[in-house]
Ligand binder design. Structure first.
Ligand code: TRP
Length: 459
């Protein structure tokens, strides 16, 4: 069907690393990670997270990369080519991506809202950061502005996808390093705010009694979300690579970059939480309300805040495009739909579902409503989309991907692809094979089940 000849390839290895890192580094690192680290007990959570990234994250990423580059196809087509019965795993990923993007675009819209706020109304934001954040979400009436910004964000994502990603590749080369440097600067400032040392201590204090199945499942889901794993995005990205590219070192670089950004964000935001006393109950407030305390405390804070939200927006766009591209390339390549029409239809449905995410935060006050049954608690809409994707669908996607590589396609074939038929050295190949075949599916499977059975109550 689709031939490899007429598919684009990345212009350079750097272009690929930046695109894959651009997909990985996003709202997950800066908006989600600090909130989860805070809720799940700081230091102990960090350790669990790092172990999961180092062992599970890297191997799942490598598995996805080898599938993609071997076949040069989108997630569904790639799995189907390797084994005609396995296309549905790619399909599961497409569904997951669709759900993620419903709420991702809403939060992406919040970044635009804050860009506008820092330009026009920074004093109001700073006067009462938490009230401002809740106001955006509908505490004072229907949150029309937030929803319109989400629409703008979704429109931009779709617009970029419809024009190819060359522009975004170019922008990534400049803006990702700027984001990296800015984060380090802000982290240092946040850690030196009066009272911030308590936050640093919190992040370094290791108390394993805070770790339960919920925390482990959270760390696992967060790792997959942050590294863009479990829904075939990395399969699609690697499908544009040639055998001259070294998948082994690329995997390492992308995992390290992504994890550094998450850690910087954690050590920027948590100390700020302690210094400012603003500890919002919802994860969403961290990157928005809490950081106001940091920007207020630095010279040129308005400009720095503006720059920060612009970079956060940019990081979010390079991620949202990667997710939308997954869904759209599937519908176009596998279902023969027309690209522009697909984009419009998919975006409209995502927008309608996503609006309820923003509305449910404060306006409809669905956040705190739970169905309790037999001692288990199920969140209704507010965070339901997040729980569904992070705790179930992404781990499931990763489970089936590793099971597929380990037991159906074969680790020897995957390793052959990883080394470009022996061209690159892969000293850890036996470890990789062992992880993909045994540890990954077992660990992921057990954590999913344990999380479902014991962990529904949200800490
Ligand atoms: N990794 C991105 C973030 O941290 C989100 C993302 C992009 C993603 N592509 C994905 C998550 C694919 C899961 C799967 O914000």
């Amino acid at each position: 069907m689709s031939t490899t000849e007429n598919r684009a390839e990345f212009g350079s290895t750097l272009g690929f690393i930046l695109s894959a890192a651009g997909s990985a580094v996003g709202l997950g690192n800066i908006w989600k990670f600090p909130g989860k680290a805070y809720a799940c007990g700081g230091g102990a959570f960090l350790i669990i997270y790092l172990i999961i990234v180092a062992l599970v994250g890297t191997t799942v990423m490598m598995a996805e990369f080898t599938i993609g580059r071997k076949t040069h196809k989108n997630a569904v087509g790639a799995l189907r080519e390797l084994n005609s019965k396995w296309g549905w795993v790619g399909g599961l990923g497409i569904l997951t991506g669709f759900i993620i993007l419903c709420y991702y675009c809403q939060v992406g819209g919040w970044t635009l809202y804050y860009i506008a706020a820092y330009i026009t109304d920074v004093q109001t934001v700073w006067a009462d950061p938490m009230a401002y954040f809740l106001g955006m979400l509908g505490a004072n009436g229907f949150p029309l502005a937030a929803i319109i910004w989400a629409l703008v964000f979704l429109f931009l994502t779709a617009f970029i996808i419809s024009h190819g990603t060359a522009g975004i590749e170019k922008m990534s080369k400049i803006l990702m390093p700027v984001l990296f440097i800015l984060l380090i600067g802000l982290m240092i400032r946040a850690c030196t705010l009066p009272g911030a040392d308590e936050g640093v201590k919190y992040m370094l204090h290791v108390d394993f009694s805070t770790i339960n199945t919920t925390a482990i499942l959270t760390a696992l889901g967060q790792a997959f979300f942050s590294l863009s794993l479990g829904m075939g995005v990395m399969i699609t990205y690697a499908s544009y690579l040639s055998s001259d590219d070294n998948l082994i070192s690329n995997t390492g670089i992308i995992c390290v970059l992504d994890t550094c950004v998450a850690l910087f964000a954690g050590f920027m935001i948590i100390p700020a939480v302690f210094a400012t006393g603003i500890a919002p109950g919802m994860g969403g407030g961290f990157a928005f309300a809490t950081l106001a305390g940091v920007f207020m405390a630095i010279p040129g804070g308005q400009f720095m805040g503006l720059l920060f939200y612009f970079l956060l927006f940019f990081a979010a766009v390079t991620s949202s495009t990667s997710i939308l591209e997954g869904t759209v390339s599937f519908l176009v390549e596998e279902k023969g739909m027309e690209r522009k029409k697909t984009l419009v239809i998919v975006s409209c449905i995502m927008f309608v579902i996503g609006v309820f995410y923003t509305l449910s935060q404060v306006f409809m006050n669905l956040k705190g409503i739970w169905i309790s049954k037999d001692g288990l608690q199920f969140p209704i809409f507010g965070d339901f989309l997040e729980y569904l994707t992070d705790r179930l669908l992404l781990p499931l996607g990763a489970f089936f991907t590793t099971f597929f590589v380990g037991w159906i396609w074969g680790t020897d074939k995957s390793i052959e692809e990883a080394t470009s038929d022996g061209k690159f050295k892969f000293g850890l190949a036996p470890v990789y094979a062992f992880m993909v075949k045994f540890i990954d599916p077992i660990v992921i499977g057990v954590i999913i089940v344990a999380g479902m059975v014991f962990g529904m109550a949200i800490s």
